[in-house]
Design a protein around this ligand. Structure first.
Ligand code: ADP
Length: 262
């Protein structure tokens, strides 16, 4: 990463005002380098989903610009969209399709030729330990399998930027660790990753850099160590508590209170 190559994602002065009048993004600037594992953290309502939706064409920016590997997300929507794989938070599978059909149709939508689709489907079903279920309907899968299928689907068209929107919300420990392994491997193989999560430990373990978003603006950015230093604290969790104005919840403080009480 030398900062000279085309960034995976470059957002400049992005504003998104919904017809309701809510200004969900208020001048966001963000640059994610090719190959980075980047975390976007912030409380509910901060604007994370809106940022993802603007990047993937699900929402139209009010002003500002978004480029995915140099392709403008609005003016060159197709090129930009082809470069992105999105694993959304909600399990938005078609419950009447089989696993194989789910992956195949998705890749068809992205213009992948039939033979390549077939090969890629088999490869990803295998990678995510779903091959034995390939003819089952998605509605019959366990929650963990649905999560894995969503990730496989996001990867079908070999996106250079993978957006993971709270991929481990509500999943058990084993699956969380398994998903971490998958995404770390994908990142090591060259895919840039943008992760949103409410698990600070997850961001700390996986992300090269992290941005805090609050009230529609990026308020801090850096490695977890840099973020802690910027807030004058010693952990990412404490920095986050400063961001959301809840520093009284700091574990260090809770431990002090417990000491006094005992
Ligand atoms: P996050 O993903 O960080 O929880 P969102 O991007 O979902 O935040 O929301 C940011 C703000 O925009 C919130 O105030 C939310 O209520 C508002 N918002 C999100 N989607 C819409 C929408 N479709 N119409 C109107 N307001 C919205």
């Amino acid at each position: 990463m030398n900062g000279v190559s085309t960034p995976a994602l470059e957002i400049r002065d992005l504003v998104k005002r919904y017809p309701t009048g809510t200004e969900a993004l208020r001048g966001v600037g963000l640059r994610i380098e090719d190959g980075e594992f980047f975390g976007l953290l912030g409380p509910n309502g901060a604007g994370k989903s809106t940022l993802i939706h603007c990047t993937t064409g699900l929402a139209m920016p009010t002003s500002g610009s978004i480029e995915v590997f140099g392709h403008d997300a609005v003016d060159h929507y197709e090129e930009a969209r082809l470069a992105v794989g999105l694993a959304p938070q909600e399990l938005n599978l078609d419950w009447f399709l089989t696993l194989e059909e789910s992956l195949d149709y998705h890749a068809g939508y992205f213009g992948m030729p039939k033979r390549e689709r077939r090969e890629r489907t088999a490869e990803l079903l295998d990678a995510f330990s779903l091959s034995s279920k390939k003819d089952d309907r998605t509605r019959t899968l366990s929650g963990g399998m649905k999560r894995r299928l969503i990730l496989a689907r996001a990867l079908m068209h070999r996106p250079r930027l993978l957006i993971l929107d709270e991929p481990t919300a509500g999943v058990d420990v084993e699956l969380r660790l398994e998903l971490w392994q998958y995404v770390q491997r994908i990142n090591a193989e060259g895919t840039t990753i943008l992760l949103t999560t409410h698990y600070l430990e997850e961001a700390e373990q996986l992300c090269d850099r992290i941005a805090f978003i609050g009230d529609g603006q990026i308020v801090a950015e850096g490695t977890s160590t840099e973020l802690a230093a910027a807030y004058g604290v010693t952990s990412l969790e404490d920095a986050y508590l400063e961001l959301v104005g809840r520093k009284e919840l700091s574990r260090a403080k809770i431990a002090d209170v417990a000491d006094v009480a005992s």
